[in-house]
Design a protein around this ligand. Structure first.
Ligand code: NAP
Length: 312
């Protein structure tokens, strides 16, 4: 498929899958204005996965995307090993086809191996799809440096290349930076997508001890116990945000861009689209970056989630 230039940020639709992670029940009626605001703002790169609510996120996104010309947006979708149909002749192709149907497309601008569980096999199984021209870019998610290099070798032998890496990367989790993955990506012309730059809202200014995450959610279970420890970092972010006359959520977005990455921002409200646009335009000073990193460094919280590992 025709390769189109990647924008500065992507929008994430995990919460759209209503799988219990976020604690809000979203539907096409509540999300339609969010999608419309994104289109109006010119944000057109959408990240999703079949795993996000077993097709629920893709179905809702697909309903909206169907109303637009295919060349006006980019889709970033994933093969999740844990959802593989092991009876299929090629489980990667099978999941791709299911997702493509839900999204109303034949092609994916980026298609990822969602995590490295059984990865060398899945990387090999991705090859026919990549050669068919139905994938613009090949991506690897949640892979450490050794796993990325292993995949690069497998793909390279077939004349294919990793175009993108997608890992958890935030002020509270910089292990993709310290482990050399960011540098490897730069050296090999691979776009690094950072996910959870807002730590699912814990670094957005919206949640604190007085305004905790929904109790009945995975993110509540993970971040509510950390909110007291995050107070100093959040207060520091608020000080910078107030000085710049912006909302706190813009800072982690601008920080991720300043670090040379492409952040995927999870959005569930119209104002979050507006903030995402502003965050992509905000240029932080070296001093502001240093302050954010210093404050975050003083808050050594373990934010590695159940599907992740520390990138060494
Ligand atoms: N490859 C992987 O394994 C993987 C893993 C995780 C995520 N991802 C991708 O990355 C995307 C982003 O991650 P995420 O959605 O989990 O977390 P995130 O982007 O760190 O946080 C999203 C949440 O932050 C809040 N938020 C967003 N903008 C805000 C603003 N301007 N002001 C205040 N709060 C704001 C919203 O909370 P409320 O909804 O409560 O308003 C939103 O649901 C996902 O949607 C998914 O596409 C990929």
């Amino acid at each position: 498929m025709k390769l189109r230039k990647l924008p500065k940020i992507a929008l994430g639709a995990w919460a759209w899958g209503n799988d219990g992670t976020f604690g809000d029940q979203l539907n096409a009626d509540s999300l339609r204005p969010v999608f419309d605001a994104a289109v109006k703002a010119g944000l057109n790169l959408w990240d999703t996965a079949y795993a996000y609510g077993v097709g629920t996120s893709e179905k809702t996104l697909g309903e909206f995307l169907r109303t637009l010309p295919r060349d006006s947006y980019l889709i970033s979708d994933k093969f999740t090993p844990q959802c593989a149909d092991l009876n299929a002749e090629n489980a990667v192709t099978a999941m791709f086809e299911t997702s493509a149907k839900l999204l109303g497309t034949d092609e994916m601008d980026i298609y990822w191996i969602h995590n490295p569980v059984g990865a060398p096999e899945w990387t090999r199984k991705l090859i026919p799809l990549a050669k068919s021209g139905k994938i613009g870019r090949i991506g690897l998610s949640n892979h450490n440096l050794a796993e990325i290099k292993e995949a690069a070798e497998i793909l390279g032998a077939e004349g294919l290349k990793i175009a993108a890496v997608q890992n958890h990367y935030s002020l509270l989790n910089r292990s993709s930076e310290t482990s050399g993955i960011l540098d490897y990506c730069k050296e090999n012309d691979i776009t690094f997508f950072s996910y959870m730059v807002l730590e699912q809202g814990a670094l957005s200014g919206k949640y604190d001890t007085k305004h905790p995450f929904p109790e009945n959610s995975d993110r509540g279970a993970v971040y509510n116990p950390m909110l007291a420890q995050l107070e100093e970092l959040n207060a520091g972010m608020k000080e910078i945000a107030d000085r710049r006359g912006v909302s706190v959520a813009l800072l982690p977005i601008a920080w991720a861009i300043a670090k040379g990455t492409l952040p995927i921002i999870g959005v569930t409200k119209v104002y979050q689209i507006e903030d995402a646009v502003k965050g992509a335009r905000l240029e932080l000073t070296d001093e502001e970056i240093e302050t954010l990193e210093r404050l975050a460094g003083k808050t050594p919280l373990n934010v590695i989630r159940f599907w992740e590992k520390e990138m060494k």
